[in-house]
Design a binder for this molecule. Structure first.
Ligand SMILES: [Fe+2]
Length: 345
């Protein structure tokens, strides 16, 4: 066993010197003091065992162990007890003493065994503390690592979502660009919608959804016969039936992308009217989401002011007039007001 450091407090000089000699003979390093206060003064976490006499001037052994306990060093304390002091022994145990050494020391083997056992106890305590500390450090490191991985995952997931939306957007832009009448429609609608939403102080998360919904709102037209969309002159009834399907088709196209669920609903409802005369569901104003109301306004305004194959476009003032006229029936009044405000800015 490696050398251990032992503290002994006893006011009896002869006992003290005898114990120091014995302990040094067993290979320990010993610090000896003559009272409880002196023991507390020299006490540090590097002691392995403390031996306390009970009767000492000033602080007695019980007061000293109470003060030692407060420091929470977990160093085993052994009490020196004279023969027949059972009452003292019980009190010492209750105060957290580890063991007793009988005074005077008669059996060196027992004395040695008791000291060794206390030293072993101290070693287990220290090992346990080290293990707990290591565990804490390890847990902290793992928690930090997990948090970092989580951030990375979120970023990957975000990047993946963005590139998926961009892929669909590319297809849609390609479709639009084939027709000079619809070129740039999606970009303009998205810009109008976002400005209106900001004017209405919608939260950032809502803006993200609105932006994606606006970018993809006409994606359903990808599967409608283009010749019908690009046709000069008004559409026939059958062609209208076909065109009116694009909001539902749009929602269905992006349905497999679960992160776009809300966007899908907004896309489905971008041709609804607050008076219930829109399509495909004929919803009323209070059943419509604010994002749907905004997208409807932005989309309709752009349709009015850009050249459409089957309609003559309006100038800005006429279109604003038309928006005002339809506020309260086709469009939400508050949204129209915000929209006209941003147009005038
Ligand atoms: Fe549309």
């Amino acid at each position: 066993m490696a050398s251990s450091k032992i503290l002994i407090a006893d006011d009896d000089l002869l006992v003290r010197e005898a114990v120091v000699k014995i302990l040094e003979m067993f290979g320990h390093e010993v610090i000896a003091v003559d009272c409880g206060q002196a023991a507390l003064d020299v006490l540090d976490p590097f002691f392995d065992v403390i031996i306390l006499d009970i009767n000492m001037p000033g602080m007695d052994g019980f007061e000293t162990i109470a003060a030692i306990n407060e420091r929470q060093l977990d160093i085993p304390v052994l009490f020196f007890t004279g023969a027949g002091s059972m009452e003292y022994a019980v009190k010492a145990i209750n105060l957290g003493a580890y063991d007793f050494l009988s005074k005077p020391i008669e059996d060196l083997d027992i004395f040695d065994v008791k000291i060794r056992r206390a030293i072993e106890k101290r070693m287990y305590v220290l090992k346990g503390k080290a293990y707990k500390k290591n565990l804490e450090v390890e847990i902290q490191a793992k928690t930090k690592e997990l948090a970092e991985k989580n951030i990375l995952l979120k970023k990957y997931s975000h990047d993946l979502e963005t590139s998926t939306v961009n892929t669909i957007l590319t297809l849609q832009t390609a479709l639009e660009e084939k027709d000079p009448y619809t070129a740039g429609h999606t970009m303009r609608v998205t810009a109008y919608a976002l400005k209106t939403a900001k004017r209405l102080h919608l939260p950032r998360e809502e803006l993200v959804i609105l932006e994606r919904a606006s970018q993809l709102h006409d994606v359903g037209k990808l599967v409608i016969d283009v010749s019908c969309i690009q046709k000069p002159g008004p559409l026939s009834d059958e062609e209208w039936v076909l065109v009116k399907k694009h909001p539902e088709i749009g929602q269905n196209i992006i349905k497999p992308l679960s992160f776009l669920e809300r966007e899908g609903t907004v896309i489905r409802h971008h041709h609804e009217r607050i008076d219930g005369n829109g399509y495909p569901d004929g919803l009323l104003g209070d059943q419509l989401d604010i994002l749907e109301k905004i997208l409807t306004v932005a989309d309709s305004y752009d349709a009015m002011t850009s050249k459409r194959s089957y309609k003559i476009n309006k100038n800005k003032d006429d279109a604003i007039e038309e928006m005002r006229r339809c506020a309260g029936t086709q469009f939400d009044q508050e949204v129209v007001k915000a929209f006209i405000d941003i147009l005038k800015d």
